[in-house]
Write a protein that binds this ligand. Structure first.
Ligand SMILES: C[S@@+](CC[C@H](N)C(=O)[O-])C[C@H]1O[C@@H](n2cnc3c(N)ncnc32)[C@H](O)[C@@H]1O
Length: 261
């Protein structure tokens, strides 16, 4: 690009409230430059003007920037640990009605998976999962609840049979009874207030994109958002180094328990 990325970051913060300084710079800049080049634009300032005037381009940018790949029961072996080990532990500590938050939920695969898992142990009308993401467009998609067969590949067949209507060979719609259990909200992990008194926070495959500093700050806020002995469930490449310094103890791989108050 012919002009400065520093200036571009400031303009993007004003336009979208997304602070690119908190994302790993090399990786993010490479992605953004590739996207801009696709539009045959050679300066950041021209691109920012285009984003201001073209709604489709703006939405493409936010969606691209936020990388929202997801799937149901992503890394199924960890969902098995969640069901067989973490769920009994949590109900033992806090009772059956758990406060669960899926942070950076993307297309909804994760919060809907949580509802399905919980539905094995309690009636749907008692299940409530908070699901948040920075990307408003992706939240609309999540609420629409239509998925292709690839995003369902890790989900136990019993749930597909029970909770989806097949629309075509590769397209499935999630039933309203599951949708009703999820409360979707727009939320920026870097700047918005967090929910409190959570029993379980699931935040997977987003912190990898943040700088160390932003990540540490988010872990601390997750810690405050949890009840004592509550659990944080992270992604398969996101193990926390020295969790004790952040008020966590490793409970199982990818699951951390809040220690202290
Ligand atoms: C790769 S998806 C992860 C989806 C799901 N958690 C999973 O593991 O399958 C990353 C999500 O993080 C969201 N995201 C990125 N930055 C965010 C921020 N600052 N606050 C909240 N969500 C953010 C993106 O919009 C995207 O939907």
């Amino acid at each position: 690009m012919v002009d400065s990325y520093e200036m571009f970051k400031e303009q993007i913060l004003k336009l979208t409230t997304i602070d690119l300084n908190s994302y790993k710079e090399r990786q993010m800049k490479r992605r953004i430059d590739a996207l801009i080049a696709k539009h045959n634009i050679s300066s950041y300032s021209t691109y920012v003007t285009a984003l201001k005037n073209d709604k489709a381009m703006y939405e493409e940018f936010v969606t691209y920037l936020t990388i929202n790949v997801s799937e149901f029961y992503r890394n199924p072996e960890q969902w098995e640990i969640l069901e067989k080990d973490i769920y009994p532990y949590l109900t033992n500590q806090f009772g059956k009605k758990l406060k669960v938050w899926s942070a950076a939920c993307s297309t909804g695969d994760e919060p809907y998976s949580l509802v399905m898992l919980l539905s094995k142990y309690m009636p749907l009308n008692q299940i409530r999962v908070i699901a948040t993401d920075i990307d408003k467009q992706i939240l609309e998609k999540a609420q629409g609840g239509i998925y292709n067969d690839k995003s369902l590949k890790g989900l136990p067949q019993e749930f597909i049979n029970k909770y989806f209507t097949q629309l075509s060979e590769k397209s499935f719609k999630i039933n309203d009874e599951i949708k009703r259990c999820v409360e979707f909200k727009n939320h920026n992990l870097l700047k918005d207030p967090y929910p409190d008194s959570c029993d379980l926070i699931v935040c997977r495959n987003v912190l990898i994109y943040f700088t160390e500093e932003a990540k540490m700050d988010i872990y601390k806020k997750f810690n405050r958002a949890l009840k004592k002995d509550g659990i944080l469930f992270v992604g398969s490449t996101e193990q926390i180094i020295q969790p004790q310094t952040l008020g966590f103890a490793s409970h199982k791989s990818f699951f951390y328990k809040k220690i202290g108050d």
